[in-house]
Design a protein around this ligand. Structure first.
Ligand code: PA5
Length: 475
């Protein structure tokens, strides 16, 4: 699909940070002087990201994904077409960065009850992402799929993640038991050379595989085959997704804070963090965008939660992401946001046009408390509640800003996720940390290996056994 410049502008997402400023929040807000004082920090962060973009050794290969996948995209589209023709179920086996992107895109761009629709109304097979090893969930997945009609996308950069590999062992065994040729039901998304999925592919005589490039970490991988293959199977326009990301990249190529939405958002978050705002709430006012919060939570938490700076000094930085959904969580968490500690920044994701208005009919004319709703639309109601919540938070001196999507489609989702990726990269540069590693996650993975008896982890097993709970502290 070709998109004109006018269309691009119409679909441009906007960041409104009015409610972060002292103009609206008084002394609780961020002053122009504070922003001015930190301008050089923002400039340096922008320069760092621009200078290092595309560098695999720094895990910044993700910046180039909107541009360098022409052949891969064609391969993905052909593979997806074939899968749609032959299979009734498509199951992603993966976790963390190998699952949250596909879940987000599915939820954002497909019917909210996609799997319940009759096949004629779906663009692809039924879709499941299994990102946990809860035994009940695994068993119950098997209750709703027909293994002979299921295609599994095993996504793991390392091929060594216990959760994903346990799932792989279960499904490959079931496929064998069902008399199927296992490799006909599999596509791998993994590292080019290293990793166990490469070995497994060889053993099975060559499984169709897509590569997750060296310079692309899990949480920055949604625009790689990790996200693009599941999206294409679902009939999502992946070229448009990439075009949206490229557009955001272009908007953010400018070092000027007033023109670069990801840079100003990162700087404001940085200033807030330095001022003790340790919690970042992401609150989309859209069910389609609900799982953007889950994806973003990993991106923001794993990238910024670090205990050492790039210069080797000890630090404990990061901001705890909290997931909320507008309007649902107005009736759950907003009381805390409005009156609790001044420790949060709330980011709203707003939608200008939902594509559905859903009129509210007149009725209950003798009950003014109810009848005032008649004649409005659900779209008006959700937008009014979004505005009202931002207003109430602002009145209460709470930092908040809004990222507005004109519509939710593949282009704007591409813009949004590239915006958050850049915001994270800029914020990490401002904090002077390694944004792209995750030693804390690796530690947990290794301890799991030790507990389950993986060779090479014997000493850690002994240490873990030695740290068994003490009865005297168990009530
Ligand atoms: O962001 C990350 O790097 C992690 O969340 C990984 O994606 C996650 O741990 C899964 O790893 P792998 O893809 O190697 O199975």
């Amino acid at each position: 699909m070709k998109i004109s410049e006018t269309q691009r502008k119409e679909w441009r997402i906007r960041v409104d940070y009015t409610n972060m400023t002292d103009k609206y929040l008084g002394e609780k807000g961020i002053s122009s002087k504070t922003i001015e004082d930190r301008k050089s920090l923002a400039k340096a962060a922008h320069a760092y990201v621009s200078k290092n973009r595309g560098k695999d050794e720094l895990f910044m290969g993700w910046t180039e994904l909107p541009y360098n996948q022409t052949e891969i995209v064609e391969d993905i589209l052909a593979t997806a077409k074939d899968i749609r023709k032959k299979f009734d179920y498509f199951v992603v086996l993966g976790i963390g960065g190998s699952a949250l992107g596909p879940i987000m895109a599915f939820n954002a761009l497909c019917h909210l009850h996609y799997n319940d629709l009759p096949s004629k109304k779906r663009k692809g097979p039924k879709f499941y992402v299994e990102d946990n090893v809860d035994p009940v969930r695994m068993k119950e997945l098997l209750d709703v799929i027909d293994i002979k009609k299921t295609y599994f996308n095993v996504i793991s950069k390392s091929g060594a993640t216990s959760e994903t590999m346990a799932q792989y062992l279960i499904v490959s065994d079931l496929l064998k038991q069902a008399g199927e040729n296992v490799k006909d039901h599999l596509v791998f998304t993994t590292d080019a050379q290293r990793g166990n999925l490469v070995k497994i592919s060889k053993e099975l005589g060559g499984v169709k595989s897509f590569v997750l490039g060296d310079g692309v970490g899990g949480r920055f991988s949604e625009l790689s085959p990790v996200g693009l293959l599941p999206a294409a199977v679902l009939g999502i326009d992946i070229k448009l997704l990439l075009k949206g990301a490229a557009y955001m990249d272009k908007l953010c190529s400018r070092p000027d804070l007033k023109k670069n939405p990801a840079l100003i958002a990162a700087l404001l978050q940085y200033i807030a963090m330095q001022d003790g705002k340790n919690i970042g709430v992401l609150m989309p006012y859209s069910d389609n965008l609900k799982y953007v919060s889950d994806w973003y939570a990993q991106l923001w938490a794993e990238s910024l939660g670090k205990n050492v700076t790039l210069s080797g000094e000890k630090c404990n930085v990061g901001q705890t992401p909290v997931k909320a959904l507008g309007v649902t969580d107005q009736h759950s968490q907003v009381q805390l946001y409005t009156e609790g500690p001044y420790d949060k920044v709330v980011t709203f994701l707003s939608v200008r046009s939902y594509g559905e208005k859903t009129p509210i009919p007149h009725g209950c004319e003798n009950i003014p408390d109810v009848s005032f709703l008649g004649g409005h639309t659900m779209e008006e109601l959700i937008q009014a509640e979004n505005k009202a919540t931002a207003f109430a938070l602002t009145k209460a001196g709470r930092l908040n800003y809004t990222v507005e999507l004109p519509v939710v489609n593949a282009f704007t989702l591409g813009e949004l996720l590239y915006f958050f990726e850049l915001q994270t990269a800029y914020a990490g540069a401002m904090l002077n940390i390694d944004t792209f590693n995750q030693p804390g996650v690796e530690a947990g993975k290794k301890a799991t290996f030790a507990l389950l008896g993986k060779p090479g982890y014997e000493s850690q097993k002994a240490e873990l056994d030695g740290a068994a709970p003490d009865e005297k502290y168990i009530v």
